[in-house]
Design a protein around this ligand. Structure first.
Ligand code: SAM
Length: 250
């Protein structure tokens, strides 16, 4: 449990966007330039880290699959402590802090410790990665609904909290975060829910970055293609007829 303290500073939970520095908000950039401390995640791109005030203290709280550099509780504790000593503490997170970013948990812990906290949204990868490969999430005649859902990336830790069959029926476009490794478990449930093996799927790895990679396939073939090509995380999966609008989709 976090301890209640009298804070002197404020923590800004800032979304860094998906990678392209041109997608970072002006508010986020100004805060990085003024920050006393920046606690950042693994998915934050180098060009954005380069905007950090050179005099600021940097803390790498980066987490990548199977390599947790700081447990969540420790990260929150660092934020609380830094806010006791400094005016501007920036917690920099990939994409948007409130979209599968644990921003809500950090905000609540900071509030419980009486630390002022402000959220600065970022462009989430589920919006940006499809856009950078030419897939509109909604499109007249193709899709009038989109659902953002997590596929839990941790290998061997598949937790079937998501009702995939209901989701298959409830939305025309699905945008799955952290799903690449669990697609072989997820796809049969989507098919049970009514999608066909011919349903198009696109995977976008490192979306908006210079090394963006794309894989276009169908639900019936994608698992074998991931295996054959070695396509890996971090990637967004987009499922639905809108994938046919990708310039290279045949
Ligand atoms: C813990 S979630 C964080 C999501 C983040 N808060 C956001 O709004 O984009 C991490 C997952 O986001 C997705 N992701 C983040 N950045 C990405 C990028 N540049 N390209 C593709 N997927 C990305 C991947 O599915 C990755 O496993």
């Amino acid at each position: 449990m976090t301890q209640s303290i009298n804070s002197v500073g404020k923590v800004y939970l800032v979304g860094a966007g998906p990678g392209d520095p041109g997608l970072f908000t002006l508010k986020g950039k100004t805060l990085l330039e003024m920050a006393d401390v920046v606690v950042y995640d693994a998915l934050v791109s180098e060009p954005i880290l380069a905007m950090i005030n050179p005099r600021a203290e940097r803390v790498n709280a980066g987490k990548r699959r199977g390599r947790h550099s700081l447990p969540q509780q420790e990260t929150t504790q660092i934020l609380i402590e830094k806010a006791q000593e400094h005016a501007i503490v920036v917690r920099l997170k990939g994409g948007d802090p409130f979209v599968f970013g644990r921003g809500g948990e950090e905000m609540m812990d900071l509030q419980a410790a009486n630390v002022p906290v402000e959220i600065v949204p970022g462009i989430t990868s589920g919006i940006a990665a499809p856009a950078y490969c030419g897939i509109p999430l909604t499109h007249r005649g193709y899709s009038s609904s989109a659902t953002f859902v997590t596929g839990h990336e941790s290998v061997g830790k598949y937790r079937p909290h998501v009702n995939w069959q209901a989701i298959a029926q409830g939305s025309e476009t699905l945008v799955i975060y952290m799903g690449v490794h669990n697609l072989p478990q997820i796809i049969p449930q989507l098919i049970e829910g009514g999608l066909t093996p011919e349903t198009p799927i696109a995977l976008v790895r490192w979306g908006t970055r210079p090394d963006q990679e794309e894989l276009l396939s169908t639900l019936g073939s994608v698992a074998a293609e991931i295996e054959a090509t070695g396509f890996s995380a971090p990637a967004i999966a987009i499922i639905g007829k809108v994938v046919e609008l990708h310039p290279q989709y045949i």
